[in-house]
Design a protein. Structure first.
Length: 255
């Protein structure tokens, strides 16, 4: 069931979203050659603690997961697309890192992700990350009253495919509110003019995921959580929590 949020609820979700934005900003600032993924997770934990927020990631266990998620961020490096578990791995020069983070505050949830490089950036990685951000922007711009979910999917997919990138099969965004994952699903590719009509009060997480090699296939790593590209190419992930309003899309996790 899709729950439309009131203006007051959207304002409360904005507060949660700002905590997420602060956590991602702090993590990106701390990320450097030699810093471990566990250290980045601790940076995000501190931001959540200081804000009086909790993590919707920590302890989360969907049906596919062998164990509850043990961290407050997903840290996916190089060929990892999403859901990477933070480990003692220390960042190396040229790594491409995707960080996904959520926060629960006052009973409402925010969810957002960024991708960036550490040290010397490869031109191909810069292009990949910039395309992920452009796809996210295109999806957000399509999140207006009167459009349909398919218009968001088409906007995202068009940017990704035109640039020659793959899109992981079956993965996309989602509704969000009291819980991190709510209805509806928000595909990253599809025909325009199809799907559920967008109404004021709908809040969704829009999150393009791109595979540099152009293939769509992926597989789960031995940890059962991390999804990696089948072709070994690098991946990027960008995400914002967005409210559909009468005056246009409102980004609740703006940094």
């Amino acid at each position: 069931m899709v729950e439309l949020k009131t203006n007051r609820s959207i304002d409360a979700m904005y507060e949660a979203g700002q905590v997420v934005g602060q956590a991602l900003t702090a993590v990106r600032k701390a990320a450097d050659v030699g810093v471990s993924l566990l250290e980045l997770d601790e940076v995000a934990r501190e931001v959540l603690r200081d804000a009086g927020a909790t993590s919707p990631f920590l302890g989360y266990r969907p049906s596919f997961a062998p164990v509850p998620f043990p961290a407050v961020i997903c840290a996916s490096v190089n060929d990892a697309i999403v859901h990477g578990i933070p480990t003692g791995y220390r960042l190396r020069d040229g790594d491409l890192v995707s960080i996904d983070c959520g926060a629960e505050l006052g009973g409402w949830t925010g969810d957002s992700a960024i991708s960036f490089t550490v040290g010397s950036a490869r031109p191909a990685d810069i292009r990949l990350i910039e395309t992920a951000e452009r796809a996210l922007t295109a999806g957000i711009e399509a999140a207006v009253v009167g459009n349909r979910l398919g218009d968001i999917a088409h906007a995202i997919g068009s940017v990704c495919r035109t640039a020659g990138y793959g899109i992981p099969d079956g993965f996309g965004g989602h509704g969000i509110g009291r819980k991190m994952h709510e209805d509806p699903s928000v595909p990253n590719e599809g025909p325009p003019g199809r799907g559920m009509p967008l109404r004021a009060g709908l809040v969704i997480a829009i999150e393009p995921m791109l595979i540099a090699g152009g293939e769509d296939g992926y597989h789960a790593a031995p940890d059962g959580w991390t999804l990696c590209t089948n072709d070994g190419s690098r991946a990027a992930h960008a995400e914002h929590t967005v409210a559909v309003t009468e005056s246009g899309p409102r980004i609740l996790t703006a940094r």
